[in-house]
Design a protein around this ligand. Structure first.
Ligand SMILES: CC(=O)N[C@@H](Cc1ccc2ccccc2c1)C(=O)O
Ligand SMILES: [Mg+2]
Length: 367
């Protein structure tokens, strides 16, 4: 497949409500969308990098720059580009997994649409719908948290994930467990603790949590292994798992019993599938994380979440969890499940008028 070019587009998406985590508060996503143009078909990719490098070292202005100067040229130079060859062509560039993932996703989507094959079929999906979990931010009061959680449970979400940080951990978890009984419940610290907090984190063992996500720093593999030996609750890693190699190291070190797979964080959906396969071979459960994607990234995540090793509900929430109006037809919850698109490629496309309204900048890279 010969690429004619990439169109880069910045899309502004205000959130329905502020989303507070241990690393900050988000009120609006500034999202980079890439469109791969070829003579046979077009494909869409979404970069999950935030505006600021607070979740990971990547940030959206940096992603645009690295794509424009270092990632797009080698792909545009290829006479016949296969999606499986994208990662290898981009390998000389170190890091920038989210930027690379956006381009690979756009190329893969174009390639699949040209062949009439869906993302799910290509990745190896075995389900036509996936159970949806929801990520709940840090709130001002426990009462406010309980109201928000009740609302999500009323909508049908099958799993609750609470953001925690030092000073907001045991009390909110206890309150949710006491009010909502044996709901599937997990927490995500976004790397806010250190080994010195082990005693506090061990107090969470009393609430029958599915997992505790990324309690320690991104590069604290050894420390997570030590913490895991002190907790009953399974440790799950997110920020630390930036590749299949990192997943293999984490498993070998005993640093993770569960892994949150985010295609953007690991460099793309093909690497995400490799991590799924690796974890399955080691009996490590995986689930699909979220980065507040539009319906484009959401479609690809839901397809990935339908693979057999994704045995825990993911952060594959409905579009309405984050956005009043998505740039694609919205993903909705049906009895706690989200349907896997079955059309060619992603199976969804941006709604032209909405995309135009939300676009704050466009740039053409190519001939
Ligand atoms: C659904 C969920 O909790 N996602 C991330 C954290 C997160 C939170 C807020 C974000 C805001 C803008 C972009 C990415 C973001 C990611 C996580 O699992 O750690
Ligand atoms: Mg996380």
């Amino acid at each position: 497949m010969k690429l004619t070019g990439f169109e880069l587009r910045r899309v502004s998406m205000p959130l329905v409500a502020p989303f507070r985590t241990s690393f900050g508060v988000e009120t609006e996503r500034d999202i980079l969308v890439a469109r791969a143009v070829t003579p046979e078909a077009e494909g869409w990719g979404e970069c999950v990098a935030m505006r600021e490098p607070l979740y990971s070292p990547e940030y959206v202005d940096g992603a645009v720059d690295v794509i424009r100067r270092f990632l797009a040229p080698p792909l545009l130079d290829a006479a016949d580009l296969h999606p499986q060859a994208v990662a290898g062509r981009l390998e000389p560039v170190k890091g920038h997994q989210m930027a690379k993932a956006a381009l690979e996703m756009a190329v893969l989507d174009a390639w699949l649409r040209a062949r009439g094959e869906s993302f799910g079929t290509h990745l190896g999906a075995v389900h036509d719908r996936v159970p949806a979990g929801v990520s709940v931010g840090i709130m001002d009061t426990v009462e406010q948290l309980l109201d928000v959680v009740e609302g999500y449970l009323d909508e049908g979400y099958l799993r609750i994930k609470l953001k925690i940080r030092p000073g907001w951990d045991v009390a909110p978890v206890r309150a949710v467990r006491e009010r909502f009984g044996d709901v599937l419940l997990q927490v995500d610290a976004n790397a806010a603790y250190t080994l010195a907090d082990a005693r506090t984190l061990a107090r969470l063992d009393g609430f029958d949590l599915l997992l505790i996500e990324q309690p320690l720093g991104e590069d604290d593999l050894r420390q997570h292994a030590e913490l895991a030996s002190l907790l009953r609750t399974p440790v799950c890693l997110d920020e630390s798992i930036i590749s299949a190699k990192a997943a293999a190291d984490a498993i070998a070190l005993g640093a993770a019993r569960v892994i949150n797979i985010k295609p953007g964080r690991v460099g793309g959906y093909l690497e995400a599938r490799r991590i799924h396969d690796l974890c399955r071979a080691h009996g490590v459960s995986v689930w699909c994380g979220g980065m507040l994607e539009t319906g484009l990234g959401r479609a690809a995540n839901v397809a990935l979440a339908a693979l057999p090793g994704f045995v825990l509900p993911g952060d594959t929430s409905a579009s309405g969890r984050y956005y009043d109006e998505d740039i694609t037809p919205p993903f909705v919850l049906e009895n706690g499940y989200v349907r896997v698109p079955d059309g060619p490629g992603l199976g969804v496309e941006p709604i032209p008028d909405v995309l135009r309204e939300r676009t704050t900048a466009t740039e053409w890279l190519g001939s």
